[in-house]
Design a protein around this ligand. Structure first.
Ligand SMILES: [Zn+2]
Length: 135
């Protein structure tokens, strides 16, 4: 049976490779999830309004942070004629994007853990074969 040390080491290596191959476009500290995320924010006051869009491949922590920020901007920026229509649309589409991203994060985590278990199992099998051949 593989030790939890070995498992933690493989997890670290896997995360490091992920960061190199597929870095988050915002922080570059972690690997990004495989699907593109798009958040939109509207800030309106009477007849002026600004719209912000953020789209790309991001990591989990960045997605959580940006979702909170964009939701906050939308919630305080709906005072306007166009804004009152746009804000609910943006809030809903952001929630949908966020849910999709969380599903992708969980899927990725599950796949990574399954891959590590598989590797450890193959390693243990190879060691058993070697020791049986040696005796
Ligand atoms: Zn990030």
């Amino acid at each position: 049976m593989a030790s939890s040390d070995e498992r933690a080491k493989l997890l670290r290596i896997s995360r490091g490779l992920d960061r190199l191959n597929n870095p988050c476009q915002l922080c570059k500290q972690r690997g990004a999830i495989s699907s593109k995320t798009h958040f939109a924010a509207n800030f309106g006051l009477a007849f002026t309004r600004t719209e912000n869009h953020l789209e790309g491949y991001f990591c989990g922590p960045c997605i959580h942070k940006k979702f909170l920020l964009f939701t906050f901007i939308n919630l305080i920026g709906w005072f306007g004629i166009v804004s009152i229509i746009k804000v609910p649309m943006f809030l809903l589409s952001n929630i949908a994007e966020y849910e999709f991203a969380i599903r992708a994060m969980l899927r990725k985590r599950k796949q990574r853990l399954a891959l590590i278990e598989d590797l450890l199992e193959k390693d243990a099998q190879a060691r058993r074969n070697l020791s049986s051949r040696g005796s």
